[in-house]
Design a protein around this ligand. Sequence first.
Ligand code: GLV
Ligand code: MG
Length: 349
Amino acid sequence: MRSAKDFFRPLAVGAPEPVREVPQRPSRMIHFFDPSNPKMVAKLPDMAGKADVLLGNLEDAISADRKEEARAGLVEVARTVDLGDTQLWTRINSLDSPWVLDDLITLVTEVGDRLDVIMVPKVEGAEDIHYVDRLLAQLEARAGLTRPLLVHAILETARGVASVEEICTASPRMQGLSLGPADLAADRRMKTTRVGGGHPGYLVRTDPVDGDVEGPRTTAQQDLWHYTIARMVDACRAAGILPYYGPFGDIADTVACEDQFRNAYLLGCVGTWTLHPVQIDIARRVFSPDPTDVAWAVRVIDAMGDGTGAVMLDGKMQDDATVKQCRVLVDLARSLAERDADLAAAYGL
Ligand code: GLV
Ligand code: MG
């Protein structure tokens, strides 16, 4: 095992020093675009005003015959499109694919200074992160980069979920994890055919009345993703990195999309992927704290003074633990308000 003392040393001569903390920049929505699609690329300056993160996708959804165009398109975007404050990420091809080596070599050496985070799909264990970690250090050294690239892993295989803690702590580059419900469903051999969200067949039912099994009985749909998201949040939080929900494929069902995003938000995720502009507005609404909740949190913090002891507010007991929850909300609200005048006005912060 590597010594803790070596953990923050560069893995190649001339590579930049690893970061000690994940930079805390808003990343409520990671908006995917296809860099080989000129129509999508033309919309990027406009999208940059709306999304916290724009991600040039090179992996699934880009057909094999467009992989190279997508890679070249992303280099062009990174060089020529002014995205302002918006971060630029990429999702590279999987580590067993014929494209990934060129993805990394090209992107890091040509536009490494313009990229913030590299999303790695189908990560199975710490060994995948170690491979990317060393290769990135070598390429950063070759490119003369002064800021290390960060790595984001997608949790989308059963082994990845079983190894989630070691993935999160595999490198100081680790920025976060996203749930990949579509690949995870396939890998787990779940019997769904969807990209994220619920399934009407996954439910619980009340007991029959008077033995009438066919009679009316209340059912409640259950959440297929609860276990994995909760596990991912704990693993990320324990490692000081950030958890995200992934894709919601039913673009027309904006209501269920909002539910899925909100479940992830309430459980501790900081953001989500967005696959269509309509989902950007949903993500902004969901992953920015509600102004009423922020106002309540400010009241609790004010009422709790130095944060110790207990007080009653509107019949509800407040103590050290509630004031900590309230600080999470207010800190998030403040950091978002710094960059968003509408939110600053809504929060009155
Ligand atoms: C995302 O990549 C997924 O497989 O859900
Ligand atoms: Mg996937």
